[in-house]
Write a protein that binds this ligand. Structure first.
Ligand code: ADP
Length: 463
């Protein structure tokens, strides 16, 4: 139902409707005129012809009566004006005598004929029929009934109508098909713009451009404006990144000095009272947090701008995961297990940076789980990629929040993340690093059941 509503609101559907309606109206107009002309030619002209023949019959009877008695004059005129498709019958007063054609025998009518010729459809025949009085020389008035059978002309007319309807329907169908094709073709650039808009991200802004092959002028203008907008966005994004890295860099040094002062004051704080010590400790912790955040921000800016040069070297993941497993045992109280495959899996990666990523995932798993909830590290092969997983049985992430957790400064629960020392940059950095190693990072999670973060890296053989 929703799909139907969507289709009926689409531009494609509306343009199609306009073109088909236009074709229908045009065809109906032209067809109507042709049908009217044809009807006029075949039946109206036949009616008029019939009337002319009846008039001539009357004149003939009148002239024959000058030499012949009325009955003979009538017989002569009936014989002369009868045709294989025309029937004449003269009924004399009192209905006693009837003179009628024997060239054609029409079906019987129950209704009397009208005075003026009229088309009547009767038992599969199309007939023009009329009945008029005729004055005879002996002062009596007879009745003349005439019928012309125009069934053949009517059939021609019907066949013509049928052909017109079929060819009209065919033309409308053709217009619909050609219209659909044309409309689809013309709207292709719009679809490209919508696909590109939905795919473009901060990372791909620089390369993402709309390329259309021979588009209509309006679409070419739209594509140009769209590409200009992407250029402006890309420049603004670059500027923001640069600004961020400069600010982080500039703030780090003075903050490190402040932290140093706080540390030494706390160390030599014998003459400070408890409240002062507590306040200084809070200031020191906040200072540490901000320095860590600035370091993360700098890291992120460097990775995103590509100014961090990764040392991609062959790395045996089995050894690597074992090492991280043992390291993780000391990071928290959670039991950590490692599941490794029998065959050795190796990738080309920057060892330190990959360690940073997996450690960040393990730290998060510890942060967002109860103290004794188990954490498992998996290593598996998936087709031509190595799959590294960090699985926890922690608080999980609501489904609607999942698409955002790799964004900078995003926290599902600000309070919990902050209380655990998080600033919401770890996953953004991890994603940028993994992508620099030509890999992918994804997450699956269920609230209350836990989360599984997966890193996929292309396998490469150890040299
Ligand atoms: P933070 O430093 O705040 O942990 P991250 O970028 O590492 O920042 O993570 C972003 C957010 O994703 C976190 O604030 C947290 O809400 C959520 N998150 C990350 N890992 C997990 C996990 N294992 N379990 C539950 N939530 C998680």
């Amino acid at each position: 139902m929703k799909g139907l509503v969507r289709i009926s609101h689409s531009l494609e559907w509306r343009l199609m409707l306009v073109s088909v309606t236009t074709a229908l109206v045009a065809l109906a107009g032209a067809g109507g005129i042709v049908v009217w002309r044809m009807h006029h030619l075949l039946l109206v002209v036949a009616e008029r012809g019939h009337l002319a023949e009846v008039t001539q019959f009357h004149e003939a009877v009148e002239s024959y009566q000058q030499q012949l008695p009325p009955l003979e004059a009538l017989q002569l005129a009936v014989n002369q004006y009868s045709l294989p498709n025309r029937w004449i019958r003269v009924t004399l007063p009192g209905e006693a005598i009837r003179i009628e054609s024997d060239t054609y025998h029409p079906p019987e009518f129950s209704r009397p004929p009208s005075l003026m010729p009229q088309v009547e459809h009767h038992r599969g025949h199309t007939l023009i029929r009329c009945g008029q009085p005729i004055a005879l020389a002996d002062q009596t008035v007879a009745r003349v009934e005439t019928i012309t059978d125009v069934t053949r002309s009517a059939r021609v007319y019907q066949v013509f109508l049928g052909t017109l309807v079929i060819s009209g329907g065919g033309s409308v169908l053709l217009v619909a098909v050609i219209g659909l094709f044309g409309v689809r073709r013309s709207l292709r650039p719009l679809r490209k713009i919508s696909t590109l808009s939905s795919q473009v991200s901060a990372d791909t802004l620089q390369e993402a451009r709309l390329v259309l092959g021979d588009p209509p002028t309006e679409m070419a203008d739209l594509a140009e404006a769209f590409n200009d907008m992407l250029n402006r966005l890309s420049r603004a994004w670059e500027h923001e990144r640069h600004l961020l890295s400069t600010i982080s860099h500039e703030l780090r040094t003075p903050l490190s000095i402040v932290q140093g002062y706080l540390e030494s004051t706390l160390r030599r704080g014998e003459n400070l009272n408890e409240i002062q010590l507590e306040n200084l400790a809070i200031a020191q912790e906040e200072c540490r947090r901000i320095i860590r955040m600035l370091k993360d921000l700098l890291d992120l800016a460097r990775v995103e701008s590509g100014s961090i040069h990764l040392q991609l070297q062959p790395l045996c993941l089995n050894e690597f995961m074992k090492e991280l497993g043992s390291l993780a045992q000391h990071l928290g109280e959670n039991p950590v297990s490692v599941e490794l495959p029998a065959p050795i899996l190796s990738v080309k990666a920057d060892r330190d940076r990959l360690k940073q990523v997996v450690l960040n995932l393990i730290t998060n798993a510890i942060r967002y789980s109860d103290n004794h909830a188990p954490i498992t590290l998996y290593l598996r092969r998936q087709e031509d990629r190595a799959l590294l997983q960090v699985e926890d049985r922690g608080i999980g992430i609501p489904e609607e929040k999942l698409p955002f957790i790799f964004q900078r400064f995003y926290s599902v629960s600000e309070a919990r993340s902050r209380s655990q020392g998080g600033v919401g940059l770890g996953l953004a950095i991890s994603k940028a690093l993994v992508e620099q190693m030509r890999g992918q990072i994804t997450v699956k999670s269920t609230v209350g059941a836990g989360s599984t973060f997966t890193i996929l890296l292309p396998i490469s053989e150890l040299e």
